[in-house]
Structure formats: C-alpha cells, structure tokens
Write a protein that binds this ligand. Sequence first.
Ligand SMILES: Nc1nc2c(c(=O)[nH]1)N[C@H]1C(S)=C(S)[C@@H](COP(=O)(O)O)O[C@H]1N2
Ligand SMILES: [Mo]
Length: 199
Amino acid sequence: MPIISRGFHGRRPSGDHELPPGQYETLDFPVLSAGPTPRVPQDEWEFTISTETGTEHRWSWADLMALPAETPTVDLHCVTKWSKFDTEWRGVSLDVLFEDVESAADFTLVHSYGGYTTNLPLADLLDGKAWIAYGYGGEDLPPEHGGPARLLVPHLYFWKSAKWVRGIRLGRADEPGFWETAGYHNYGDPWREQRYEGD
Ligand SMILES: Nc1nc2c(c(=O)[nH]1)N[C@H]1C(S)=C(S)[C@@H](COP(=O)(O)O)O[C@H]1N2
Ligand SMILES: [Mo]
C-alpha cells in the first residue's frame, strides 16, 4: 500500500465540510471592507450594549480580556460566494456579555467604528452562536479583518460579522443595517441562499 499523505489530493476531502448552495471554497482569506480600515487602539476601544430602555453596559479592552475566552473553529460564508473552512478564532461568547443585560427586545443593530451597521435578531447572537472575536489563527486579529475586535456570527453570511465592532443596540423593532438597506437579505442564511431581498 502506498502511503498517501493528506495533501496528496490537494485538499482535505470534502466529506467533513459542506458548502452552502452557490458557494465555492477558498483557502486564502479575502478582505472585504466597504470603506477605509479604522485604526482603534486597544486602550481607546470600548464596547457597549444598550437596551431598548436606554440602559448601557460598557466594556473596556481590559474588561473584555478579563472575561472567559473561547476558541471556536468555524466555517465562513461570504455572500460574494467564497467560503472558508476551519477558521480558528479567539473571543468572548455573546452569552457572557449578555448575562446581566435585561431586555424584552427581539432585535439588534450592531454598529462599528467607521459607521458600518448590520441587524440581527437577538436570538442569533445567543446560545453559543456568536462571539466578539479578537484573535485569529493564534494571533491578534489584524485591523483589515476587523481588529482589535469584530463580531463573529458564522451561521449567517459573513457581512453580519461586523468588523471593528463598537456596540449593539437592542430594539423592539427591526432596523436594517448598511447592506440590508442596500438590497441584501434582511436575515442572510447561507443554507437557504438568502443573498438578496426577496430570496
Ligand atoms: N465594519 C465592517 N464590517 C464588515 C464589513 C465592512 O465593510 N465593514 N464587510 C462585511 C463583509 S461583506 C464581509 S464578507 C466580511 C469580510 O470580513 P473579512 O474582510 O475579514 O474577510 O466582513 C463584514 N463586516
Ligand atoms: Mo461579504
């Protein structure tokens, strides 16, 4: 029997990963930014969750670092059709950040340094589905990929994973964000191929 290395066939056999409809696998990590990359020093970085009643919960960089970290390995799916398997992150689960937040709201609008926004149902940020990520591949998250910290919500198209995340606003009403206002799907489930409004 010849010894066949894992690399012999070029890539990992596709069996352990599935591509959502219309997607292809890429091995590099494209950068997609709608504007210039904001430079936010860690000691000026702040993250805020504000509720529908106006209560604000605020974390400094040191506060974030003091919270328990997780190291999720996830697949990414961009609406421009690339998918990237097995990306390795480090960050804080939003379950931790929402622990002491009291709210009756169902919707969130995530906002970023630089002005980007994106909306998600609160349920899609909880139960182990989303993180504030500050590490990638064992290093600090580079600015072009959203460092010092970004939202990571891998079960939705990657535009929902706001780079340079700055805060989350809870609301009783759904309010579309940057791409959602520009004709992209309000929810963005890659498995249901929800790319554009009306899909
Ligand atoms: N603040 C901000 N977040 C953003 C974007 C952006 O332009 N600004 N682009 C989104 C889109 S369309 C994608 S595909 C991913 C790209 O992340 P990457 O550049 O790390 O690959 O970030 C998302 N988050
Ligand atoms: Mo994207």
